[in-house]
Design a protein around this ligand. Structure first.
Ligand code: CP
Length: 328
């Protein structure tokens, strides 16, 4: 379990980001600053020169102990657009497979003067653990740890919502599916509530909604039609079968019949509602292809915006260290 005291290690005494480990404990103005910083980077793909010199000569290491398509590649692209040098640590071909500990791996890559670690791990708390043991001047960014948190995914989702809806305050947002095992949902709920939306709903079968969900500041719906009624944003979640210990579902077909997003079901949401999914998506399980590829889907925009948001977080963490005179 990750304690509140551990969350605070991501901020320095002035409340600026040193690490980015979780949304928990971050204030609205800091989340807004991340979104505003990302806005300036989001314009880069349309320019003749797509790079900025912000992190020229700095070394950033992608430390992924769990598979990833979107997060790893967009972090790499983000680092390259900031002109950093990127090390991609591949667990399957590393000395970790010969028994080297996580801390020894960290020390060795620090010895190569890496100033930032982007960490994905299947254990909740792994990114906090590395942050606690990192040398002064080294930043750690959580790229997803167990069921706990995926803060940059939540922030790219907030960026996508702001692009389409502008103001957060009038919004009703439904998060549908396997909330129980989802680090993404936890981070999204924290971000949406911090940014002041009117209502966050979680929608799904009783077996996939945490029993203490209401304590997270959400309304719980087990019926998808009531859950989607009049919402502005629909966020679908993947069934995290790798994290399900027992039989929590009768079958994927039954799940789609009860909770799969179809155009008919989407009709009860607001006419301008957008549809999101963090990926990877299981077509025909969480969502019909007609919706996934339809005019209300912003799923691929989420991926594109992820580059700008990750650039923002990396540059803000590095700037905090630079301003405090810490170096790796
Ligand atoms: N959304 C997300 O984390 O996707 P990947 O597992 O492909 O990185």
């Amino acid at each position: 379990m990750v304690s509140t005291q551990q969350h605070n290690i991501q901020l320095n005494e002035q409340g600026r980001l040193r690490h980015f480990l979780t949304i928990e404990g971050l204030k609205r103005d800091l989340l807004t600053r991340i979104l505003d910083t990302a806005e300036s980077f989001a314009a880069l793909p349309g320019r003749p020169v797509r790079k900025v010199p912000t992190l020229r000569g700095r070394i950033i290491t992608n430390l992924f102990f769990e598979n990833s398509t979107r997060t790893r590649t967009t972090f790499e692209l983000a680092a390259k657009r900031l002109s950093a040098d990127v090390l991609n640590f591949n667990v399957s071909t590393s000395a970790t497979s010969k028994g080297e500990t996580l801390l020894d791996t960290l020390r060795n890559i620090e010895a190569m003067h890496s100033e930032m670690f982007v960490v994905r791990h299947n254990q909740s708390g792994a990114a906090h653990f590395i942050a606690r043991h990192a040398a002064p001047g080294v930043s750690v960014i959580n790229a997803g740890d167990g069921r706990h948190a995926h803060p940059t995914q939540a922030m790219l989702d907030m960026f996508t919502i702001r692009k389409h809806k502008g103001d957060f305050t009038p919004l009703r947002v439904a998060i549908v599916g396997d909330v129980l095992h989802s680090r993404v949902a936890r981070s999204q709920i924290l971000a949406l509530n911090t940014l002041g939306v009117t209502e966050v709903r979680v929608v799904g079968p009783r077996t996939l909604i945490p029993t203490d969900a209401r304590a997270l500041g959400v309304h719980v719906h087990h019926d998808i039609e009531s859950g989607l009624r009049d919402v502005d944003v629909v966020i679908m979640l993947r069934l995290q079968k790798e994290r399900m210990a027992g039989a929590l579902l009768p079958s994927e077909e039954e799940y789609f019949r009860l909770y799969g997003l179809t155009n008919e079901r989407l009709a009860v949401a607001r006419p301008d509602a957008i549809v999101m999914h963090p990926g990877p998506m299981n077509r025909g399980v969480e969502m019909d292809s007609e919706v996934a590829d339809g005019p209300r889907s912003v799923i691929l925009q989420q991926v594109s915006y992820g580059i700008a948001v990750r650039m923002a977080v990396m540059s803000m963490c590095m700037q905090t260290h630079a301003d405090s005179g810490e170096s790796a």
